[in-house]
Design a protein around this ligand. Sequence first.
Ligand code: GDP
Ligand code: MG
Length: 464
Amino acid sequence: LSDKFESALRKLSGQGKISESNVREAMEDVRTALLEADVHYEVAEQFIESVQQKALGQEVLAAVKPGEQMIKIVHDELVTLFGGQPIVDKEDAVRPEEPPLMYVDPGPTVIMMSGLQGSGKTTTCGKLAGYLKKRGKKVMLVAADLQRPAAVHQLEVLSKQVEDEVEGNGRVSFYSEPDKVAEYGKAVGAAVKVCRNAVEAGRKAAVDVVILDTAGRLHVNDSLMGELRQVASAVNPHQIMLVIDAMTGQDAVNSAKAFNEQLELDGVIITKFDSDTRGGAALSVKQITGKPIKFIGTGERIDALEEFHARRIAGRILGMGDVVSLVEKAQEQVSEEEAMALQEKMAKGKMTMDDFLVQLKRIRKMGSMKSLLGLLPGIGNQLKDLPIDDKQIDRTEAIIQSMTKEERGNEDELTNSRRRRIARGSGTDQRDVSQLVKGFEMVGTMSKQLSGMGGVSRMKALAG
Ligand code: GDP
Ligand code: MG
């Protein structure tokens, strides 16, 4: 989707002056891109209509940089489509977006997950528990999917994994009633009982958030809905989340519609956002159901969950990268001050090898390098297919560690004989050293270029 959008808009931005026929032509390309990405037909039509109306107004055609103006219009329209608020004035830019979860006081806040089988409910329960643990919450995961024997065990394993692996001041516990698991024939009544008991247990244990992992079926059917409705009316969850799989295209939209008619949904979580090329369907969900997207799942790992921010996703789709998400991810490891300092250095092209080394170590901690690279503006798309592995990070670390302080601060110091010495010291070859230096210089140039166009700060303003 991103590529198509970029090329449609690039045509426009290359031109000094935009005519009505240019705009119409570009919008045809955008329409095709949307439909190919499986965006719901009516949603795509509305989108094009609305962009065209704004673009054909006098202002854009007369603007100094009509191409940029167009991008801003498309961006804002995407933001609106995703249920966000575009930035119209300075105040908007600083106004925080609504947090994805709200907590009740006194607790526990009860969150109920719903969705088709395989949509990613159980995995997402684990990810949410991790998200909450990082934020200091005491969480209880409840195995209320009694339809499949493996489901209870899967959640138990996940909750242990989160408790052991995710750092944070919170805690994650697990609740199940093993004897109920045997009652598969009467699982409906049993799930209701388990949930009711679990909320009570959560209250006694003074947990902050109780997450109910309910059963899914392969298709929306009455008995699934019946069970979910019974659970919902028995425990009155504060938030009912629908989990949908971005890869299932229009089916995701259809099931969202069906769930929305049967349950009082509060929000939607879209999983497998990493692996889809047709995310458009899922992105029609807000328009079709009127319910906000709260989170997106971006991988199988326990930390692959992001808050959904309309402005950021719109920016990502338009190929503007996603500086804000990147900075936020880094912030989980780095203090704000550090992040700002680094951003400034990068903007000035003054990042040193030492800074780079620190970043590498953090990146490794942060998880998949590729998913991070995908977030970088501009270079993300080109770099993300490169085979990058942990071994290479090891080599890079070794090389930088073999450099002297002066060499780390200024690549110009790196003469051939010094490169040979560094290669020997780090157990690599001179070619590896040269490659690193070249790559490093490239990043430097690119960040300078970015800041030249107003770079990071401009993109931040756009991306929210
Ligand atoms: P449930 O039946 O709804 O509980 O679904 P599960 O949580 O068991 O997940 C089904 C499959 O989807 C598992 O193999 C998960 O690893 C995978 N999965 C879940 N979320 C994501 C995601 O965000 N990205 C990717 N790539 N896989 C996911
Ligand atoms: Mg499950």
